[in-house]
Design a protein around this ligand. Structure first.
Ligand SMILES: Cc1cc2nc3c(=O)[nH]c(=O)nc-3n(C[C@H](O)[C@H](O)[C@H](O)COP(=O)(O)OP(=O)(O)OC[C@H]3O[C@@H](n4cnc5c(N)ncnc54)[C@H](O)[C@@H]3O)c2cc1C
Length: 452
């Protein structure tokens, strides 16, 4: 991939999980390439659908996005479009319209019709998305590609090899590149003041402009619907980041992070981090400022520790590629679990014999969020008590989680299924004990109607 700007540039940014303007190296690169040219800013959903159909991943019941995830994404795109408009351009949104053509074909046509010279994308560990990039490159060999890191603390794996366990990874990072302790803040991209215009021929093509889609609103029982503070988009993410660090919550994070249901008990950064509305560099700089100005203790260290888990799974997904989706994962043998329709439906419909699991699953279905503890419990139940093929569980999470991230989701599921990065093999939680420990008065189970 070349980094040389072409003479007469028409540059296209293909947004993926980098839905922000601040500290977005991909956008900054595109602006530098197109300073005398034109800039197309595109979001194309469903680009990977064909790939899903081709390998048999659709077999494990991949379905439309859950309503909460759809809403969060739509809010994120609305906010991105508003920010781009303020800078003098707009977000072009390719509709997946079966009557005409799929989004991949539309994107390809756009590249050709507009004589795109350069394409800028963010580096991703998403195997399917990378396959799409490869296909686009093959079909447009005249275009220069530019790839920037926007999702991770490190631009590339900062070690020679990826260690087999998170602990080994963390220890190496902390002894070689401890960004939490570093003297200087992480350098972030300068704030953009304006953007080059889009091509004139597109300026009135309303069919391309992003418009908030309508949703099929689900009909709920009397359960709470949405955690009120999960509003998608960069400004909301930044506001949440500031509110979190303006509170005392970071100083007690380690003692509260395992709670099942409270807004301030964990950072709740994941959804904005996952679709890139928040930059992880900005989050880490803010954490460092908190440590400098307020307090540095075990809890603030633990926020860094968890961000390192995210980093680890990113490089894990990048290293293992399609093995992330294999039943046997990166292990030598497949687990002894299997598909079972009846038990899968029980789990999804919140009617297992385990109230704590049902409550967590109701929470996920209704809000798009579940605590880390909840995720561990429902996954453990899925694999051990129900004996199910873990990939169906991972796919259900993919459909519903507003913070869905291919690396963190599939990496964590593999870990719990004993086919991933866990040196201790499979982990089974005692669900009754866990319920007593994390919901001693049964308030969570009552709120989320866990008793069948
Ligand atoms: C089966 C399973 C599936 C998961 N799927 C996802 C997913 O699709 N997307 C996702 O972002 N996280 C996933 N996680 C990790 C974790 O549960 C969430 O990141 C966390 O609950 C989000 O809430 P928070 O932002 O308040 O986290 P906090 O506890 O405040 O942690 C701070 C940040 O660290 C990162 N982080 C924390 N724990 C993990 C972890 N175990 N793995 C990777 N990153 C972590 C997240 O970016 C999080 O925002 C999954 C965990 C399990 C067990």
């Amino acid at each position: 991939m070349s980094n040389q700007p072409s003479a007469q540039n028409t540059t296209l940014v293909l947004f993926h999980n980098d839905l922000r303007v601040a500290d977005n190296a991909t956008l900054s690169k595109a602006v530098s390439l197109s300073s005398n040219g034109q800039l197309l800013l595109v979001y194309a959903p469903s680009l990977t659908d064909d790939l899903y159909k081709k390998d048999n991943r659709q077999a494990y019941c991949y379905d439309m996005m859950g309503h909460a995830r759809q809403r969060f994404l739509s809010e994120s795109l609305t906010a991105l479009d508003a920010s781009l408009m303020q800078l003098g351009n707009r977000l072009l949104y390719l509709q997946d319209n079966l009557a005409t053509s799929d989004t991949f074909t539309q994107l390809n046509e756009l590249i050709q019709q507009q004589h795109v010279t350069d394409i800028c994308v963010s580096q991703t560990a998403d195997y399917d998305q990378n396959q799409v990039y490869k296909r686009l490159q093959a079909q447009n060999p005249q275009v220069c590609w530019h790839v920037q890191a926007t999702a991770t603390l490190f631009d590339k794996l900062p070690l020679d090899d990826l260690p087999k366990s998170f602990t080994a990874f963390r220890k190496k990072i902390e002894s070689n590149y401890d960004l939490l302790q570093a003297k200087e803040d992480i350098v972030i991209c300068p704030t953009l003041k304006s953007l080059p215009p889009m091509p004139e021929t597109l300026q009135n093509s309303r069919e391309y402009f992003f418009a908030v889609p309508t949703f099929d609103e689900p009909i709920f029982d009397e359960l709470p619907r949405q955690l009120p503070d999960f509003k998608g988009g960069e400004p909301n993410g930044v506001e949440h980041l500031e509110a979190y660090f303006d509170s005392d919550a970071p100083s007690i994070y380690k003692t509260t992070r395992n709670a099942l249901d409270d807004w301030t008990h964990s950072t709740k950064f994941s959804a904005w981090l996952a679709n890139g509305s928040l930059s992880v560099n900005v989050v880490l700089n803010r954490l460092r400022r908190y440590e400098r100005d307020i307090v540095a203790n075990d809890s603030t260290y633990w926020i860094w520790f968890e961000l390192l888990w995210r980093e680890y799974f990113y490089w894990y997904a990048a290293a293992h590629q399609q093995k992330l989706f294999w039943f046997k994962g990166i292990a030598q043998h497949s687990p002894s679990t299997q598909f079972n329709q009846k038990r899968l439906v029980q789990w999804k419909n919140c009617t297992t014999p385990y109230p704590i699991v049902n409550a967590c699953m109701h929470q996920l279905k209704n809000t798009g969020y579940m605590s880390n503890r909840g995720r561990q419990l429902v996954a453990s139940c899925f694999i051990h008590e129900l004996g199910l093929d873990w990939r169906y569980g991972a796919t259900y999470f993919e459909q519903h989680l507003i913070d869905y991230d291919v690396a963190s989701n599939w990496g964590n599921w593999q870990y719990l299924a004993g086919v991933g990065a866990d040196p201790r093999g499979c982990r089974q939680f005692n669900l009754n004990k866990q319920a007593q420990q994390y919901d001693p008065n049964g308030g969570f189970i009552r709120k989320w109607q866990g008793e069948v």
